[in-house]
Design a protein around this ligand. Sequence first.
Ligand code: AMP
Length: 372
Amino acid sequence: MKILVLNSGSSSVKYRLFDAGETVAKGLIERIGEPGGDAADHSEALRRVMESVDLSGLGAVGHRVVHGGSVFGSATVVDDDVVEAVEELVPLAPLHNPAALSGIAVARKLLPDVPQVAVFDTAFHQSIPPSGVTYAVDAGLAARWQIRRYGFHGTSHAYVARQTAELLGRPVADTKVITLHLGNGASACAVAGGRSVATSMGMSPQSGLVMGTRSGDVDPTVIFHLHRVAGLPLDEIERSLTRFAGLQGLAGDNDMRTIQRRRDEGDAAATLAFDVYCRRVKEYVGMYLAVLGGADAVTFTAGVGENSPAVRAAALDGLAALGITVDPGRNARGDRVISPDGAPVAVCVVPTDEEAEIARQTEEVSSGQARR
Ligand code: AMP
């Protein structure tokens, strides 16, 4: 089946066209609505996409949607009710969901006869049991304001967990895997039998691991303190914790390559940033080993996870007693399996491919619909 995957951001549209699972075209329309940008609005951006690729025989369009709230536990064929539900979730993802909605609206208008499928970043984590998504806060407030863990990067964790099962030569239903998506955004996930049972991002993509510019877990009192004692306005605190925190906040640079180079040169701030980053990953590995009752594999993915032997080694250092060891030669080469042969827990490196997973789910959902 021919599938167009659209990832509509607030100022960009990324697209990839698949035919029978193979990528046949891809591109990026950038700086939408900005002077000198590629397009004036999302409507023009999508028209540009449609002019530049051959859409004859298109079977479906798959849209990446960041927030599916508690409503969407899987990819879904878009109709008016789905659009309305995604609109209602805008307060939970004020930057991301509106962009996806404009992509969906324009695609429905320009391709009215082609099924549109929404694939949610959060959906994979809807299988986490209540004990893993409920914050221990006032239950009435939480219910009224949709306060709970949702989790993100679900498409990537789902894809990587399945690829890991393939590497192990086992059906995904028989595997327990800890997936570590370490990119500019970063999250950890515990996957049992192909289903998410715990994840580090929460109500927003802010909690959990240390990221390029996001803090990950902090005591909420940090916010009250910065507001009451330091006198910072709330939106400035939000900006600080989302854009000037993480590696950026600790060492003034959000790129792990630069952090590693400076660490190699003996830079103290970069060394501390690296250590804080890797220790946080290790803490989550420990937590998820406990949640899963032991794992068959720990898998690294995304920009840092796929490319940094130093982070992989440091994050799993000292875990031999838990069955986790990294073979230095395999790690340096970036092999798919970097643990020694016969290790109790396989340590894997799997390149993520969110668009391929969106295409797969889009095909599954839209052909399911055609049969009905
Ligand atoms: P992503 O969001 O998955 O595209 O990841 C982007 C991040 O991956 C960059 O900001 C870098 O910090 C990191 N990265 C890419 N290549 C390397 C590398 N060779 N070593 C360490 N980090 C890398």
